[in-house]
Design a protein. Structure first.
Lengths: 346, 58
């Protein structure tokens, strides 16, 4: 079995966040966790090529990366393409999913990847491929690789694949016919009774897509409009007074920019573990564009900029937090009579 | 509206007014050019953002 393996800069050994801009590197043989992958796949399998790419480069140059990777995978005459495991790394998961989707559809070979449930790559790609549920803990690497190896073997040998629960992959939203002992009515009543009692139950079908958000009408007259800036890049005043967590943030803050025309790095810090903060530290306007907004306000292009920006960290944040925080921020904006919001994201 | 370098994520969750930012690490900045040019880059992005706010269709 000939295998090509995709890793990000961290697992590929290039370095940490500071190497997130690294372009595609091609190595012969297995690298890092790829060595364990090769071992677990057994004596008949070889990792022919390892593709390593920085997370930022992958997100910002996805099409180019896919083209390059497809070429290398063709050259390797691979039977299997493995990406990750990515755990909770969002950019990595997006890249892994995009590559697997392209390899699957353009080269028709088996693909396997692994991510945590909350990885944005999981939501986007789970319906198109088998994504092993890796959980968030990278210390579980061996167990996760083992599950990937088991599932990959079946895919390469074109054997039938069991349920998500049995094989350990994220539910794909597919519906299968199955003979069972009890009628749907009986199963439903059991679920409702369990729910009412506060006992656990397992739904047979789960929604896997986001509900569409109706688009509010456009701003009629920007010259009269009141605007507000919001960021999920974790920019907070020095000392992080509201103790906004760098990841899985449950809190957001409102920070005064009254009479301020230019954010100074010395006055702020970043509470967000997911990107290299050096550029924002140098100049926070690179994340929250206050200087330009003040110019536009002065010129009359906008009516008024609200004298606070709202901030939290979007890193590894489950929807249960972000949906709530978003609603709270929206409530605040409504109360203040804000006409429009510009959200800047890392 | 949202300015982000990771448009696929924004699209997936249903954001309907988006502008492509200039990279993950400085979404409305540019560390590769002079301060003066960077201001122009930021200004252009914010102006696109304002256009998005006026737009009636995604």
């Amino acid at each position: 079995m000939r295998v090509v393996h995709f890793l990000n800069q961290f697992f590929g050994g290039l370095g940490g966040e500071e190497q997130a801009g690294a372009g595609l590197e091609v190595r012969a043989g297995a690298v890092g966790p790829g060595k364990l992958l090769e071992q677990l796949l057994g004596p008949d399998a070889t990792v022919i090529t390892t593709l390593i790419c920085g997370d930022n480069y992958a997100v910002e140059n996805q099409d180019a990366l896919i083209d390059l990777a497809l070429g290398k995978i063709r050259d390797a005459r691979a039977d299997l393409f493995v990406a990750g495991p990515c755990f909770l790394a969002g950019r990595y998961g997006m890249a892994a999913g995009a590559l697997c989707a392209a390899v699957q559809s353009k080269l028709g070979i088996a693909v396997i990847t692994a991510m945590a449930r909350e990885n944005p790559g999981a939501d986007l790609y789970r319906e198109f491929m088998y994504i092993v549920d890796s959980g968030e803990n990278a210390a579980k690497m061996r167990v996760v690789l083992m599950r990937m190896v088991m599932l990959a073997g079946k895919l390469v040998r074109k054997e039938s694949i069991g349920s998500p629960r049995d094989e350990g992959y994220l539910a794909r939203g597919l519906i299968r016919d199955q003979f069972v002992e009890r009628t749907a009515g009986e199963r439903l009543v059991d679920m409702v009774l369990a729910k009412v009692k506060g006992e656990p139950f397992e739904s047979e079908m789960l929604p896997t897509t986001f509900a569409p958000i109706p688009m509010p009408p456009g701003v009629k007259d920007l010259k009269k409009a009141r605007l507000m800036l919001i960021t999920d890049g974790g920019l907070v005043p020095k000392g992080n007074p509201d103790k906004i967590q760098g990841s899985v943030a449950t809190r957001w803050g409102s920070y005064s920019i009254k009479d301020c025309t230019d954010l100074q790095g010395a006055d702020y810090e970043i509470s967000h573990g997911g990107y290299d903060p050096q550029f924002i530290r140098q100049d926070p306007d690179r994340l929250v564009p206050l200087d330009v907004m003040r110019e536009l306000e002065k010129e009359g292009a906008i009516g008024e900029l609200h004298d606070e920006f709202l901030s939290t960290s979007g890193l590894a944040n489950p929807l249960s937090n972000t949906r709530r925080m978003g609603r709270e921020m929206a409530d605040k904006a409504k109360r203040l009579g804000i006409d429009a919001v510009i959200l800047t994201s890392t | 509206m949202q300015i982000t370098a990771a448009l696929p994520i924004a699209k997936m969750v249903g954001a309907n007014r988006t502008v492509l930012g200039n990279g993950i690490v400085h979404v409305v900045g540019d560390a590769t050019v002079s301060a003066e040019d960077e201001k122009k880059v930021r200004r252009q992005l914010v102006e696109k953002a304002l256009e998005a706010l006026r737009a009636e269709k995604p």
